[in-house]
Design a protein around this ligand. Sequence first.
Ligand code: UDP
Ligand code: MG
Length: 318
Amino acid sequence: MLSVIIPSYNEEKIIKKTAETITSILRDNNIEYEIIFVNDGSSDGTWTVIEQLSYDNPDIKGVCFSRNFGKESAIFAGLAECIGDACVVIDCDLQHPPEKIPEMYKLWKDGYEIVEGVKSYRGEEKITHSLAANRFYKIMSKETGTDMSDSSDYKLLDRKVINTLLNMPEKNTFFRALSSWVGFKKTSVRYDVAKREGGESKWSRMSLIKYALSNITSFTTRPMYIILYCGIAVLIMGIVLSIIALVQKFTGNSIGGFTTVIILLCFTSSVIMLSIGVIGYYIAKIYEEVKGRPRYIISSKTEVNNRYKSESTTEKRD
Ligand code: UDP
Ligand code: MG
């Protein structure tokens, strides 16, 4: 059985169409499936639509978070809930073309354990955005040891990979990179990013910057080393400047200007503050992990609701 995991946040406009498109594709290809919608604390009617969909089609399940926990958590909740032999993670807005699912499924049947959806066309994006994304993926590619420049969250994972991901204790995760990092037999399928079918993107520039920072720090401790190098550079500069100052003093040329002092002061203090900031960021991350809070909190599930509903109807009949 194939589980299709769909993180959904304020997607009431599109969710029904998404469900219909995906079910018809899977049915046409005779793929046994379940669809799991994870409602990530939407403030609109997303959950009501999901409940309705799952009531009409028992192969559609819904998980509802108690608040917005972010896409990563929604994906992991889907992984934990799914019972398929493989799963496909796909966006709710049909930007990841569902027509590719049968192709991924076939590759999985051929023995591949991870089938990555790779963007061949990134869709319409601002130039600053693609530049920043490029830089970010360069760093991540280096850390995971795989080329991530066109990677996305659209991918098929075998049960083995799902269990491996679920057994990882860390909470601050970056699904895209983690599923590259785990290894396994891998292949890819190219796709063009479609236009959003309805609703709007949930990412503001600030949230993307935060997301990038969080993912870089959860994968690499390189920024900490950069601090070390900065420290060494400043130390060398300090030694050189001190020697110059001492020579000037002994040759009687000591200058009255404070320029050097000021530059040095500003420079060192900024480096120190920056360094403390980076270290603080990592400590905050360690703190988050040590607290061991759950990745997400589920407030309700459709299966349970449906069971209640059918129980109450039988009661009425009695
Ligand atoms: N999403 C989510 N939680 C969030 C933000 C987004 O579950 O806090 C889901 C959203 O419903 C969609 C997917 O993640 O299915 C991708 O979001 P979006 O389309 O806004 O991102 P973009 O395509 O602009 O990168
Ligand atoms: Mg989108």
